[in-house]
Design a protein around this ligand. Sequence first.
Ligand code: 16G
Length: 240
Amino acid sequence: MLKKNVPLPLYYQIEEYLKQKIEEKEFEAGRMIPSERELSERFEVSRMTVRQAVTNLVNAGVLYREKGKGTYVAEKKIEQPLKGLTSFTEDMKKRGMTSSSRLLAFDVVEAPREIREKLNLEEGEKVYGIQRIRMADEKPMAIENTFMPKELLPDLTEEIVQGSIYNYVEHELGMAISQARQIIEARAADEEEANYLNILPDSPVLHIERKSFLAHNVPFEVVTSTYRADRYKFITDIDR
Ligand code: 16G
């Protein structure tokens, strides 16, 4: 029952009710929630009030609507700390999820000018151009385009990049990864990205560019990634 004599708006109380059901796993990801009519009857409020609550949760990414069908519980977003230079494989392992990659491209090419400048390479030097779809528990989370200097990692193979690149660099090659610079921007997914990520075209995605360094400021990768914004949020602690 909703409390009518408290300063909490009714729509807010319905939001809390739905969030609690989701938290308690009574409403699991992928499940349809009761219709607006059912909720308005259950709580004895107008459908407008219910719609407000549901819309707020849709906007917050907790629920999603499917046209002509109903409203469903969204998968919980992955909370990615913006601290610590970690790999996708490590991040998933820490969460108890399986990580895998679908390799879309593995090429050796002359570095395009922009990449050459970022990796401090001379004209004509070769780079690997690697494109992977990164999956968590078999579901696509991000598309990654990685450029790495061929000379630094002459023996890289398709098999290696289907696993963890960071693991290979650190544990097979014994090179320390020291730091990175990362830029995050919001975008709308184009058709190709949407297709790979299993989302609708124009859905929001987070575009991340990371340039990472080995010891002595030697850049070893430039990675542009497209993350599903419905599955990821980035968290940072800030001091003052
Ligand atoms: C992360 C990094 C990426 C790195 C990859 C290595 C971001 C935005 N990107 O996905 O730069 O190349 O991890 O992962 O965090 P791996 O060791 O599993 O191949």
